[in-house]
Every structure is written in C-alpha cells, then in structure tokens.
Ligand binder design. Structure first.
Ligand code: UDP
Length: 248
C-alpha cells in the first residue's frame, strides 16, 4: 500500500527504532486494514533494556508501530530536531478500547493479577457495555497452561489484543504471534492495574514537569534499581544522541 502523508516516519533513539507521526491513534487504526501488527510504547527504561536484551531489541525492531511513550524519548527526539508530542501508551490503549466498543471489534486482554483482571472485566462491563470481550485471562498462569491459552486466543480472532505482562515479556510474547494473526497487539504494562483502580497515574502537573517516574517510584519503591536506567539513558543520549543522524 502506498505511503500517506500521515504515515509514521521511523527514526532511532540510541539505535532503538521509534516512529514519529502526527497522530498515534490514527496511525494505529490505519494498521488494521493492512493486516494489523505490534504496537510498542517506548520509554527511556525500555530503550536501555532493549540495548541490553537482544530478544527485546529484536521485538521492537520488528514492531509495526513504536510510539514515543516517555518524556525521555521525546527529549532525545528533540535533540535530533524532531518535535513530537508524548503519546502515553495507556491513553492510546484506552482510546482503542473505546473505538473497539463502538465498532464491534473483538477484544482480548491478557495479563495482570487474577484480582485485577476480575475487577477490570467488571469495570469494562460497566463503562463500555458494548465491548465484545472475546478472550481475557490473567497473567499468572502455570507454564503448562500457556500453550492452550495461546491457541484459544488465536481461535478468538481478536481485532485488538492488550497484553499486561510487563517489559520485556509482553513485547517478546506478542512477537511470537505476529504473522499468525491479524489485529492490533499492544503491550500495556501496568495499565490494567490503573483501569481496575488498583494503582493511580501520576497527577497531570507531574507529567508536565516530566517527573512521572518519581510518582511511580513512590508508589513502587522496589522499582529503584530499574530506574537507574533513566540517568544512564540521559547520559547515553548526551554522549551519542547527536552523532547518529535520523534515518527516514
Ligand atoms: N504481570 C503478569 N504476570 C507476570 C508478571 C507481571 O501479569 O508474571 C503483570 C503485573 O501484574 C502488571 C503488569 O504485568 O499488571 C506489568 O506491570 P509493570 O508496571 O511492572 O509494567 P512495566 O513497567 O514492566 O511495563
């Protein structure tokens, strides 16, 4: 299919791909008639993880759409002269759910704790009663259960699959299905916990100050080690970011 003016332009941050597009929602919708694909929500932490983990790197490389989810990635793109708006994955995922409910899409949800998944089903039933939930399972299944569940997921022929298994597992897990199924497949991290009301998002003012990470750290202090990736990312961008010209 010929490229349109609104199609995403692929560039790189620290050698990890990211797509620049005027409207991530429109870009995601445009994938469906083209056979669907994997949507990755890139932030600084994931960029550093991808540099250290070849499997995650390959999943992001192969993804159909990589959106700039984090303030760090937006900052790094800015250093390349690319002005982009931050596109939080949780917001894109919810817009897709709303769209799914009004367009008769079949939806699958995979991941989070059993309690969170239970509450999420209730909330979606209340808030989006027309949503066709074709498949939903929590993310703490036994190793033996997964192959059967994966087949059930494919048999459900979903148009939209949201996967909350954490990084990098959700990205590599989704990649395994690419080419075997149409539909939009997206890793959503802790979004189910937020939608179920178990966790809260940082207040807007923290987002505006680019310190959402601090809110996350206060809510989940055990993340401190993972968050060391943030200064490492900033340092790497400052050292290398300008050496590599953007690739279009
Ligand atoms: N999770 C899961 N199975 C696991 C490990 C995690 O379903 O074996 C879920 C967890 O309950 C949470 C989501 O994966 O709902 C990942 O959340 P996190 O905030 O850690 O996301 P990340 O920051 O890794 O994207």
């Amino acid at each position: 299919m010929a490229a349109k003016a609104t199609d995403p332009r692929r560039t790189r941050v620290l050698d990890v791909p990211v797509d620049v597009c005027p409207d991530v929602f429109e870009a995601a919708l445009a994938l469906l008639p083209r056979g669907g694909g994997q949507i990755v929500t890139l932030n600084a932490e994931m960029t550093m993880a991808a540099l250290a983990d070849p499997q995650l790197g390959a999943a992001i490389e192969a993804a159909t759409l990589v959106i700039p989810d984090g303030a760090g990635v937006v900052w790094a793109l800015g250093r390349q002269g690319l002005r982009v708006r931050r596109a939080p994955g949780i917001e894109l995922a919810y817009r897709l759910l709303v769209h799914a409910s009004t367009h008769g899409w079949r939806v699958a949800l995979v991941g989070a704790s059993p309690e969170v998944m239970e509450r999420l089903r209730e909330r979606l039933h209340r808030d989006l009663p027309a949503l066709q939930l074709a498949f939903s399972v929590h993310g703490f299944q036994s190793t033996e259960a997964w192959p059967g569940l994966q087949q059930q997921l494919l048999d459900a022929r979903p148009d939209l699959v949201l996967v909350a298994l954490g990084v990098p597992r959700q990205e590599t897990w989704i990649q395994h299905f690419q080419g075997r199924s149409g539909g939009l497949w997206m890793g959503v991290g802790g979004s189910f916990d937020v939608w179920a009301g178990v966790k809260t998002r940082a207040p807007r003012w923290m987002g505006a100050l680019h310190i959402e990470w601090l809110y996350r750290l206060i809510q989940e202090p055990s993340r401190w080690r993972r968050m060391l990736a943030l200064p490492a990312f900033a340092w790497a961008v400052l050292r290398h970011g300008v050496k590599r010209p953007p690739q279009y």
